[in-house]
Design a protein around this ligand. Structure first.
Ligand code: HEC
Length: 136
């Protein structure tokens, strides 16, 4: 994408931007060999508000979350490097849509998971996803 922007003029760039806007998630550089190489941008998500919501909902009572000070808890996996993870809960591909669903309703993705639903709204889950994808 970045190379294309540099070399080509208006039309190609617009087409690329429209394609990006249509996608459910935006990545600054996309995928390389199946691994995330850069921060995923969540459309409509506010990482700052997400960080605050993660703190407010007490996600840190089970997870270590970089950037949020709390007593160290290891009930769930630490969420550092989350943007680089391939799967959520070991079962669902790590996409924005799956992450938002997971945060709101983990059992919708993995019936047996020990993570409880916490009554997070879709907007809050989107913000939380935006924050978690800054962790890479
Ligand atoms: C009561 C403990 C608990 C709370 C509270 C909790 N989680 Fe979890 N979370 C877990 C457990 C346990 C797992 C592992 C689930 C699995 O693999 O089935 C998990 C998994 C996850 C994962 C997937 C991690 C991975 O690498 O697969 C994310 C993302 C996540 N939680 C985010 C959150 C967020 C955001 C909140 C707050 C809204 C939260 N969790 C609150 C226990 C919790």
């Amino acid at each position: 994408m970045l190379q294309m922007k540099r070399r080509d003029g208006g039309k190609r760039v617009w087409a690329a931007m429209l394609m990006l806007a249509a996608a459910t998630q935006l990545t600054a550089c996309g995928w390389a060999g199946g691994q995330r190489t850069s921060v995923t941008l969540v459309p409509g998500g506010d990482p700052g508000a997400g960080r605050e919501a993660i703190r407010r909902y007490g996600c840190t009572s089970c997870h270590v979350v970089p950037g949020i000070q709390a007593a160290e808890a290891h009930v769930g996996p630490p969420l550092h490097d989350f943007a680089k993870r391939s799967y959520i809960g070991g079962v669902a591909p790590n996409t924005t849509a799956n992450l938002i669903l997971w945060i709101q309703s983990p059992q919708a993705i993995s019936e047996q998971t020990a993570m409880p639903p916490l009554g997070v709204s879709e907007e809050e889950a989107r913000d939380m996803a935006a924050y978690l994808y800054t962790l890479d």
